[in-house]
Ligand binder design. Structure first.
Ligand SMILES: [Zn+2]
Length: 217
């Protein structure tokens, strides 16, 4: 836990002033080239968790990564049901318009969304009182059941298994999108699973052939 409390917008404005004085000025040329558009090569799907900001973890410049963040870094399956499909829209834009080369799904340690998927503590909640979260993370149910059976619904080991499984669920769901499947088959789009361990700041990459997450170098 951080010693200093997290800042509100009022305090964040001090950071904005620093950005204007240093970050913006130093990268003015970079910003100028971005005026005409963006050409990020990578789409990153990450959790909304305040501790796992992809720009910070990958130390990138503006315009380098296209990012979608949501509870538990999940990608829903290809669905044409009514509803506002925010993640699918961002995915479609990244793949079809920006034509990114890679999609990285980055899960993380101590993920509250994954923990709730495991405990199912929000099951039955009304929309607005936990129901949206419950519905969202219910896409992990199939992956969750064998983990709960094997390791229980609490403790680091079960939680880590759920967090790792969530990355694999998102990768599988990505492959239900026809455009993703086609581009992956053609070799013009690569899918990667990743996991950021908050406790030690280490990134791990999924080896899909073994199903294991290995430390990145
Ligand atoms: Zn999370």
């Amino acid at each position: 836990m951080s010693e200093t409390p997290s800042p509100t917008l009022e305090h964040l404005l001090a950071g904005y002033r620093r950005f204007r004085e240093t970050g913006w000025a130093r990268r003015r040329e970079r910003w100028a080239t971005l005026r005409d558009g963006q050409e990020p090569r990578v789409l990153i799907i990450s959790c909304s968790d305040s501790r796992v900001d992809p720009s910070q973890i990958f130390d990138v410049d503006p315009g380098e990564i296209f990012v979608v963040r949501n509870i538990a870094a999940l990608v829903p399956p290809f669905e044409t049901t009514p509803g506002r499909h925010g993640v699918s829209a961002a995915l479609e834009y990244a793949v079809q318009v920006l034509k990114v080369d890679e999609i990285v799904v980055m899960g993380h340690g101590m993920c509250g969304g994954c923990r709730a998927a495991l405990t199912q503590e929000m099951l039955g909640a009304e929309p607005g009182s936990g129901g949206f979260v419950a519905n969202w993370i219910s896409m992990l149910d199939d992956a969750r059941d064998p983990i709960a059976e094997r390791l229980g619904t609490a403790g680091r080991e079960a939680e880590r298994a759920m967090e790792h499984a969530a990355v694999k669920v998102s990768l599988a769901n990505l492959r239900t999108f026809p455009c993703v499947r086609q581009k992956e088959r053609e070799g013009t789009l690569k899918l990667r699973g990743a996991f950021f361990a908050i406790s030690d700041g280490m990134l791990h990459l999924l080896d899909e052939s073994s199903g294991e997450f290995e430390p990145a170098h």
